[in-house]
Design a protein around this ligand. Structure first.
Ligand SMILES: Nc1ncnc2c1ncn2[C@@H]1O[C@H](COP(=O)(O)OP(=O)(O)OP(=O)(O)O)[C@@H](O)[C@H]1O
Ligand SMILES: [Mg+2]
Length: 255
């Protein structure tokens, strides 16, 4: 199994032309193999942080580094899985052809491609739907396909930007369970952005709450919940109390 990576933001500054900067001097570390959730007001810089972690964007000053087994592997090496709110499937390709795309782009040979694609599709519970076209899939199935495509190259860092925001509540809860189980099985480092306080509380080992721009960490919680999460947990006192704490922190960051 591939080792997981830790992510480190050291004194990161990122400004765009006009408007307040997204970050000025942000420092933050994510431990290898942990599931962190990022909450914060709209426009504070959450998606920007994910892009920086993926190496899709660069800070003006400071440094974003990935650390693997204690060694600095920057600039970003190895695959990073990125999942967006929209599944972004190519409409003219079948589900399996969509999932196989990152392998094709990486020049993986067809035999290995078939094997890895089938495994990723099975892992997200879509075996037997491989030949379907995107328009034949429900919203939840499209997101599963998107997860499979992000996982097909066995990323060591998994970044998710409000992936389930457009889904109905029960589908979202099922996908939350699946993502957490996948992350644990694969022992990947996860950074998950959501606007849902309940989703953050349910998923996270750690919740980082950002303020308005320039974003700074207003609260940083280690989850008080047990490692094993099941739906019933949502009705527990511990869960409600964690949700309340996150709510208060989010309000503090907005003011
Ligand atoms: N490429 C860009 N060029 C100019 N400004 C940008 C760019 N990317 C982001 N910004 C600005 O940086 C700020 C942070 O944007 P970002 O998308 O990271 O916020 P966010 O926290 O993800 O918001 P939301 O919760 O609405 O998704 C916004 O004000 C946005 O307009
Ligand atoms: Mg965003």
């Amino acid at each position: 199994m591939e080792p997981s990576v830790a992510v480190r933001f050291d004194n990161v500054e990122r400004r765009f032309d006009g408007g307040r900067p997204a970050f000025t001097g942000l420092s933050l570390s994510l431990d290898a193999g942990t599931f962190s959730v990022l909450l914060g007001p709209s426009g504070c810089g959450k998606s920007t942080l994910l892009r920086l972690a993926a190496g899709l964007d660069e800070p003006q000053t400071g440094r974003v580094s990935l650390v693997e087994d204690g060694l600095d592997r920057s600039p970003i090496g190895g695959p990073t899985g990125f999942v967006f709110q929209d599944a972004h499937l190519l409409p003219w390709r079948t589900l399996e052809e969509n999932v196989a795309l990152p392998l094709e782009l990486a020049g993986i040979d067809p035999e290995a491609r078939r094997h890895l694609t089938a495994a990723a599709i099975a892992r997200v519970g879509l075996a037997s739907h491989e030949k379907k076209m995107p328009h034949e899939l429900s919203g939840g199935m499209k997101m599963r396909a998107s997860l499979a495509r992000a996982l097909v190259r066995t990323p060591r860092l998994f970044l998710l930007d409000e992936p389930f925001a457009a889904l109905d509540e029960l589908t979202r809860q099922r996908l939350d369970d699946d993502v957490r189980a996948l992350a644990q099985d694969l022992r990947i480092t996860v950074l998950f952005v959501t606007h849902s306080i309940q989703e953050a509380a349910y998923l996270a080992d750690r919740v980082i709450v950002f303020s308005q721009r320039p974003a700074r960490v207003v609260a940083d919680f280690v989850s008080p919940l047990p490692r094993e999460r099941t739906s019933l947990l949502r009705f527990s006192e511990a869960f409600s109390s964690f949700v309340a704490d996150l709510h208060v922190a989010l309000l503090r960051g907005e003011s």
